[in-house]
Design a protein around this ligand. Sequence first.
Ligand code: FDA
Length: 309
Amino acid sequence: MDVGTRLFRSALLGLAGNRVARKFSERYGMKLGASRFVAGETMEAAIEQAKRINQQGVTVTLDYLGESVSSLEEAKGCELAYLDLLQAIRASGIDGNISLKPTQFGLAINEDSCLASIRKVTKEAACLGLFVRLDMEDSPWTDATLRIVRTLKAEGYKNIGTVIQACLYRSRQDVRALSAEGINLRLVKGAYKEPPSIAIPSKRKVDANMRHLIRTRLDSGVYTAIATHDEEIIRWVKSYTRTHNIPRTAFEFQMLYGIRTPLQAALAREGYTVRSYVPFGRSWYPYFVRRLAERPANVLFIARSLFKR
Ligand code: FDA
């Protein structure tokens, strides 16, 4: 990645956390182009999109957008929204599960109350036979997120997992430990702005670390979601699993709603499990800005589509 792109990406990621920009943008609804990456502002819209995606042979994980809530009342609102979502998944018959962000459940306010809230959602999901994944946010929340997952796993919940980011130096150690504990993981490159003291600065090295983590997980036999749109890595996973006799039931590919949609369907047709991450809700701004930062060309694409209106 050249210096200009790196600076641009860093500036965009800075904007993702800006509350004023967030309020301003969300007031304009999805008109800023967010609908390319967000399935809608309501649960009903997301369920409709999920049904459409299922018809392509692709399963989903639904994410009710929201993060860094500023009160426990807001966190409670998210908990209720997720409980409704679980019922809606079952009632609609879609093939899917849920992803959630711990700071949306008040992690930054009170860890115990966040744990209690996520426990309620996980318990309800277990009753309905559904899986819950805790997304991994920026590094101040890594330890607490892993603590919550480990606590719930130790309490007997088998339907819980989390995410590990290849950009962090600590991740090799985390993956080894979590694999030994049998914890279901999604592996990603990492979407947040992190200091160079803890994060690998070069994209090439992050890509190499992603492969290392994938190999460690595939060799461990613990179920793994490989979440990337990187076609070279996807090709390599297909070849590695073939030559090492790793069954397709041991892993799945995951991609984001609106990105590489034909590739998602093609992998599903080849017989791989593919899951599309389907975000919805009114708090779409930080998620949208992270998608722009991943690919600066997206900013041009959005700008062009705005001028065409
Ligand atoms: P890379 O960035 O190298 O992109 C490979 C190719 O994919 C690009 O060349 C481009 O063609 C395409 N592409 C990638 N991003 C695109 C975009 N935004 N728009 C259009 N094309 C794009 N991160 C995190 O920190 N915590 C988390 O919990 C999650 N969860 C998560 C779930 C799922 C299902 C996915 C797919 C990703 C995440 N991520 C995440 C995000 C992840 O960390 C990473 O930022 C993105 O997946 C982009 O990285 P790639 O692996 O796709 O590779």
